[in-house]
Design a protein around this ligand. Structure first.
Ligand SMILES: [Ca+2]
Ligand SMILES: [Ca+2]
Length: 186
């Protein structure tokens, strides 16, 4: 009898439904996942990013400072697709000017990286024969119509400073957006 009682109790306890749950769950999504109305001025939304086009012609360091004043960084092209979106935007505005990016090889000559994230520049958008470190003094990267016969925006290295022919406009890129959602049992 005792044996059956133990078995019965065992069945009852195993039949209990348990609900292992968290009081709340947090979900993080890239971008503005809920379509919130954002005040983004002076940044312009282009595809998934927000960019500011600085119109002053300055050296690379001053350009970076001006982006930091906006809590932004000089533009980094994580993908050639992002480059193409920016180039397309400038082309649509009949703009063929030169613009600084965050790219440079200041840390190690010949190893070009995006300064905002420290990643190697793996781009197919370099102009022909670039980067060439001409005169052994070109360490900062801009985009523009590099040669007289250039048909499109491309990347090139130029002197970061102390060069009257390398005072360029600049593109700042705002921090990435993330949407944090909290789902609560209440
Ligand atoms: Ca970017
Ligand atoms: Ca060059």
């Amino acid at each position: 009898m005792l044996k059956f009682t133990v078995l019965f109790l065992g069945l009852v306890s195993s039949a209990q439904v348990s609900w292992a749950h968290e009081k709340f769950t947090i979900q993080i999504n890239d971008g503005n996942a809920i379509g919130a109305v954002l005040k983004s001025e002076p940044f312009t939304k282009i595809n998934e990013g927000y960019y500011f086009f600085g119109r002053e012609r300055v050296n690379w360091y001053v350009a970076y400072e001006k982006c930091r004043e906006l809590d932004a960084e000089l533009v980094t092209f994580e993908t050639d697709g992002e480059f193409d979106h920016i180039a397309g935007y400038l082309k649509a505005n009949a703009d063929r000017d030169n613009y600084w990016t965050s790219g440079n090889d200041l840390g190690s000559t010949g190893t070009h990286k995006w300064f905002s994230n420290g990643q190697r520049i793996n781009s197919m958008r370099w102009a022909h024969d670039q980067p060439d470190n001409a005169g052994n003094r070109e360490h900062c990267i801009h985009l523009g119509y590099i040669y007289e016969d250039s048909q499109r925006f491309e990347l090139n290295d130029r002197p970061c400073a102390d060069d009257a022919n390398s005072l360029f406009k600049f593109i700042c890129e705002a921090p990435k957006l993330e949407t944090i959602s909290i789902v609560v049992w209440k």
